[in-house]
Design a protein around this ligand. Structure first.
Ligand SMILES: [Zn+2]
Length: 224
């Protein structure tokens, strides 16, 4: 590992290393410390620096700004976390391996991402509906992905359960909350005390999930 670092000489008596959020290393050294001594200090703490900068990197993912051209190194949300986007010349489809590997040749990358999200919503969100329905002991006709921009789910008796594909960007506890919320309406149509009792009995993080949705509504509405 080649380590880039910035040196600040100060009046302090000992040498100090800090990892900044942008992954750079700052060495604060007593006045007159030799380059050799600084180099040795860094060498001896390489593992620590590696861990620190790796950790910093996790917190330093720049989300792709909607409406702008996608750039390698930006990040995209998936199941409540952001993952780095990297471009490749060798694939035809978006792949996910703890990062998004996006073919450079895809002309409309936003559209390709949306298709990937919808596909994932089908395999990650929809199979959770029958699991929760069984726990709540309710019967529904069919579970489908909803497409609206402002509605995360809907459900009426003897009807289909619609869960918005956009929730694939949200953490699983939020997805489960929306599913249980909609299914609970098959027992209690109103947002009554009974309704919330039913939901809270299934989803202990109900309040946290509601807060997440309030805070991240805009993120879910973005087409990307
Ligand atoms: Zn409701």
């Amino acid at each position: 590992m080649e380590t880039d670092y910035k040196i600040i000489f100060s009046r302090r008596k000992t040498l100090m290393l800090t990892a900044e959020r942008d992954r750079s290393i700052v060495v604060t050294a007593p006045l007159g410390t030799s380059q050799e001594a600084i180099h040795q200090a860094i060498e001896s703490r390489k593992l620590w620096l590696y861990e620190k900068t790796r950790h910093a990197q996790k917190n330093f993912l720049l989300p792709h700004p909607p409406g702008k051209e996608m750039v390698s190194g930006e990040s995209a949300p998936y199941l409540g976390r952001y993952y780095r986007i990297e471009f490749t010349d060798s694939d035809d489809e978006i792949r996910f391996e703890q990062k998004f590997i996006v073919p450079r040749r895809l002309i409309d990358k936003t559209k390709a991402f949306q298709a990937w999200f919808i596909k994932k919503a089908g395999t990650k969100i929809l199979p959770r509906v029958p699991v929760h329905a069984q726990r709540l002991d309710v019967i529904y006709k069919e579970a489908k992905l909803g497409k609206g921009k402002y509605r995360w789910g809907s459900c009426t008796p003897h009807d289909n359960v619609l869960i918005n594909w956009r929730l694939i960007k949200a953490p699983l506890f939020v997805i489960d909350y929306v599913i249980v919320h909609e299914l609970a309406h098959l027992i209690e149509p109103d947002h009554s005390a009974l309704f919330w009792n039913i939901v809270r009995a299934q989803i202990t993080k109900t309040d946290k999930a509601k807060a997440w949705l309030l805070k991240n509504g805009a993120l879910l509405q973005q087409d990307f």
